[in-house]
Each structure stands twice: as C-alpha cells, then as structure tokens.
Design a protein around this ligand. Sequence first.
Ligand SMILES: *Cc1c(COP(=O)(O)O)cnc(C)c1O
Length: 386
Amino acid sequence: MKVPLQDLKAGYQSVRSEILQSVTEVMDSQQYILGPKVAELEATVASYCGVGHGIGVSSGTDALLLALMALDVGHGDEVITTPFTFFATAGSIVRVGANPVFVDINPDTFNLNAGKIEAAISPKTKAIMPVHLYGQIAEMERIMNIAHRHKLHVIEDAAQAIGARRNGNPAGSFGHAACFSFYPTKNLGGAGDGGMVVTNDQALAERLKQLRNHGEESRYQHRTVGMNGRMDGIQAAVLLAKFKHLDDWNSRRIENAHYYTPRLKNIAGVVPPSELPNSTHIYHQYVIRCRQRDRLRQFLTDRGIGSGIYYPLPLHLQACFANLGYHAGDFPAAETATQEVLALPIYPELTREQQDMVIDAITDFHRTESKISPNCSHCNPRGSGA
Ligand SMILES: *Cc1c(COP(=O)(O)O)cnc(C)c1O
C-alpha cells in the first residue's frame, strides 16, 4: 500500500516514549483496574468537553450500554436513532431490551435528520441517540429542543467526534450523557478497547460509576445489577499520553481535508464532504460520495491506495433487526449513502505527496470512466447536478 487508509504505526512512533513512560508508571504501581490514571483521564476528558464528570469504561459500546442503563431505558422502551451508523449504536439499545426507532439522515451531513424526529415519537419513546458521524456534530440545538418538549433523554454517540465543536460547544456537552470510544483507530485511540461517558449530572455520574462496577454501592452491597464495564489503568495511561497531542492531530486531519476538498470538488461525479457553518468537523473519516463507488474503490486499490466503506448496510436492514419490521425503501437517504460513500486516507501523518496520489487517481478514474460513457452519467451522485 503506497497510501494506506490508516497508519497506526506512524502515529505511535511520534509518541512512543511518552506512551511507554506513562504505561511504565502503571506497571510499577500494579494498579491495573481504574486507579489514579483512570481518574486523571476522566477529569481531563470531562474538562475538555466542558462538563463536570467523566466515567472511564471498557469500550464505546459499553459507554452506550451503561448510559442507557443509568437513564433507566429498558424493556419495551423506544430510542430514536439513525440507521446510518456503526452497529453498536442500535446494538446497545437492543441489549438493554429497548427497540431502536430509526429516522432517516440528512444527505449532506449523513447525520440524523432532526426535522423527522417528532413524527417518530410515541408514548414509548424514552430517549434520542444522535450520532456525530465521521466527526461532525449532529443538529444538537434542535434535537435538545425536541427532547425538552417531549421530556426525553438525549445520549450523544460521540464515538467519532472527540474535539468536534458546534456553535462553540464541544461534542459531549449537549446531551444528558455522551459516549466516547477509544478504539485504536479513533481520533484518540488506546492500545485496546476503552470508552467514556461524560455528563454534567452528578447523580447520573454516581449511578454510572456504580453500574460499571456490577452496581456496587458500597463494598459487596448491590441494589441494582450492573456489569463489569471498568477501564484499565494501562488504557488510561496510553490515552493520557496521547491526549496531549489530540488537538494537534485533529488540526492536521482538518488541514488534510481542506487540501482534498477544493481539489476534489471539480471532479465531476465526486461530492466531497460538506462542513456546516460554525461547525468544527474533526474528520475521523473523510468521506466522499460517488455513484460508481465500487469501481472507484477497485481503481484506488489497484494503485495502492486504501479506502473504506462506512457503512455498507443500513442498520434497519440488518438481519438481526428483521423483527423490527423495517423494509428496503424506508430510509432512502441512508440507503443511498450506503451505496455511494467512500472514506479516503485522512490520518494526521498523511503527506501532501500521498494526498496528490489520491487526487490524481480519482482524476484519472473519472477520465477513464468518461471515455466509457462520455456524458458522465457513470457518476452522478446526489447534489452534484452532473
Ligand atoms: C466506534 C464506535 C462505537 C463503539 O465503540 P467501541 O469502542 O468499538 O465499542 C459506537 N458508535 C460509533 C458511531 C462508533 O464509531
């Protein structure tokens, strides 16, 4: 691969000694579960998000699960969310016994279409779970307004959006609770699984701390059943060392995006991602649309360029959710997105030369394709007008 989709080794090399030093402190202390490093990471991330509390947990998925449990979302309840996201968003809802109720996305941002939420609210609705997909925050002011009017909880799935802002407010500061993932390929990634719930609600924070530790209130006293959802000290050590570089890495992703976008937008049939005004998109993924997505992807692979499809199947059409009764055609914007999206390399260490190789390859793809069909009908994604 000349231009891989991701390069975790390059990221690691730049902070290797800081990480090893921090991990060594945990090894020397022999405090592997929770402990001072986890507490320090919790305070660091909470303050970064402008909220009072952080609860370090075992993964982003467990963060979602624990947030739902702490807000008493359970059997028979409904949670409104997007069908165009990573599986865990809806998976966590089902795991607590509730039903996901899907609402279509806005085709420009790929995020939940806030204008369609109210029509999906029923007497069983307990919460809304918007996702800040690819690193751009969903329409949170509107979503919080709807939630207040209907007395619903809001859990931000901010797994892809640590450091993103909207109207000056950071991801994680909008909802009653927000969930982050520190999966190794996320913008802030650990050396294994890890996650965090952040909240401004002190009572909710206490409940979350109990639930991640089997619901234990005081030693061996349990009034509710929780789970083992604790964060490891070694993960916190790695994340604390990497956190110091997060803003710099996010800036480099943004600069890379701003190099791609003006160069790709003139290629017919390619629609680069759109950034909303007053929004800092932190480009966890840089995702273009192309009608001939699969052919373009093969073309890039042949040139040694990595790419990814997030996500190829909308959640309402997953076999495990067949009992929910959804059908193809229910959410056209999400379904079209699954056929057109393609993520290009965007990681912080990507060089301009590598980006030029990607841009040249896409330009050449278009040239080759327009020879096959001169009117460019090969590649006519939504919004391009081509
Ligand atoms: C990564 C991710 C998760 C799950 O996080 P894990 O740490 O892998 O459990 C949940 N939602 C979204 C949108 C994600 O991207």
